[in-house]
Design a protein around this ligand. Structure first.
Ligand SMILES: Cc1cc2nc3c(=O)[nH]c(=O)nc-3n(C[C@H](O)[C@H](O)[C@H](O)COP(=O)(O)OP(=O)(O)OC[C@H]3O[C@@H](n4cnc5c(N)ncnc54)[C@H](O)[C@@H]3O)c2cc1C
Length: 378
């Protein structure tokens, strides 16, 4: 019998065809996502808990909720080979779901997952700010006296979301950052789409919050100890989501590689060598992404391998999409619009979830803390 992950991958590959049909249209007009992606894929609720997802796809007789990092990197890489932007634009829990799963109380879970189960619903994860980036030390968004104020920028799906998590300062220091669960129809809340070049389907947005009313029941993890609330959940979310970003970068890299193999039949020997080298590195990066996903499932507190996978996959995506264009001569970006799209998309992964320099710092820290033993075992 075929290995479960192999069969899951094959099933995902087949289901990705639907994304290929719309990829260039959505790239031109990201607002089309709202109509196209709602029910187009069997993966309607990536990461929804079983009790809110009555009809998940079934592989080898097993329901697939995509609630583990290993399942996510397997399926989402295949979908990203068709359109990574559309994968990121799928309705469902995405990043904010990790925070909710980690620290929400029962009422908050019901509020969040209940809304998502009603109909295709987009969510957001609001951390980055215009003046301070994603560095929590400088975070200016604040929640005081029952009011949320601040601006978040580069937030995926922000303008089309109905609910999400805003990180905001309640008091000084790292323990003073709260994760606030907010519906976007509250007074004082506005989501505005930004113009971008890559991953346009994701509709990066700016969130503007002016005196948005919040209550204690909106603070995720308010029932837990101060050390197990906002930033704790954010770090674990990054550790879990970085292998996912890496798998998306890998999907784009593989798509560009396949395009060259399928469309450029006459090649010089040197060009074949280049492709052989890429094939090996794609294989190696895939193994690393899977190892990172396993590590994240085992211990979301350890992001060492997640950072390694993100560095490797991001660099490969940039390199292969750049090289792919060169295989087709000077007019390639006009004559091969998919190559042009992948070249633009690949640049976005460097910034998502922290740049490669930040990942290198994580990797060094993991090494100094003796965590690469775990990495080697994986
Ligand atoms: C496609 C996309 C989707 C995104 N989605 C979201 C989202 O949903 N929610 C959200 O909140 N944010 C999101 N972001 C924002 C993203 O998370 C941040 O832009 C990213 O984490 C980089 O952080 P920064 O902007 O603070 O840059 P910085 O970390 O400040 O980096 C700026 C530059 O300085 C370098 N640098 C920084 N610190 C060091 C150091 N210690 N040593 C050496 N070099 C350093 C970096 O390598 C980089 O070149 C998204 C971004 C993109 C591109």
């Amino acid at each position: 019998m075929m290995d479960f992950l192999d069969e899951l991958r094959a099933f995902a590959r087949e289901s990705a065809d639907v994304l290929r049909r719309t990829t260039l249209d959505i790239d031109r007009d990201p607002s089309l996502v709202d109509g196209v992606l709602g029910g187009a894929l069997p993966w309607r609720h990536v990461g929804m808990p079983a009790e809110y997802y009555p009809d998940p796809p079934v592989v080898q007789g097993r329901p697939v909720y995509l609630d583990s990092c290993v399942e996510q990197v397997t399926v989402l890489e295949e979908l990203a080979r068709a359109d990574a932007g559309a994968v990121l634009a799928l309705p469902g829990p995405a990043m904010s779901g990790f925070v909710v799963a980690e620290i929400a109380d029962q009422r908050q879970r019901e509020r969040y997952y209940g809304m998502l189960a009603e109909r295709p619903t987009w969510t957001f994860f609001g951390m980055t700010e215009p003046s301070h980036g994603s560095d929590p030390a400088g975070m200016a968004t604040n929640v005081t006296g029952g009011l949320l104020n601040g601006v978040k920028r580069f937030v995926g799906n922000g303008a089309r979301a109905r609910i999400g998590v805003v990180f905001a300062r309640r008091s000084a220091g790292p323990l003073g950052i709260a994760a606030v669960l907010v519906e976007t129809d509250r007074p004082g809340f506005a989501g505005v789409p930004l113009e971008t070049l890559g991953l346009r389907a994701l509709a990066l947005s700016e969130l503007r919050m002016r005196d948005v009313p919040v209550e204690v029941g909106d603070l995720l993890g308010h029932h837990r100890s101060a050390t197990r609330q906002g930033m704790w959940a954010a770090v674990r979310t990054f550790n879990r989501y970085r292998p996912v970003v890496a798998c998306l970068a890998l999907g784009v890299a593989q798509a560009a590689f396949d395009y060259v193999v399928d469309n450029r039949r006459l090649m010089r020997v040197a060009q074949r060598h280049v492709l052989d080298g890429f094939a090996e590195r794609l294989h190696g990066a895939r193994a690393l992404v899977l190892a990172a996903a396993r590590s994240a499932d085992d211990d979301p507190g350890d992001g060492t391998l997640a950072s390694a996978a993100k560095i490797r996959a991001t660099a490969l995506a940039e390199e292969i999409t750049t090289a792919a264009v060169r295989f087709f001569g000077p007019g390639a970006r006009w004559e091969h619009p998919l190559l042009d799209k992948w070249l633009r998309d690949a640049r976005a992964f460097e910034f998502m979830e922290g740049t490669s320099n930040i990942q290198r710092l994580n990797l060094a820290q993991g090494y100094l803390n003796g965590r690469l033993g775990h990495a080697q075992a994986a």
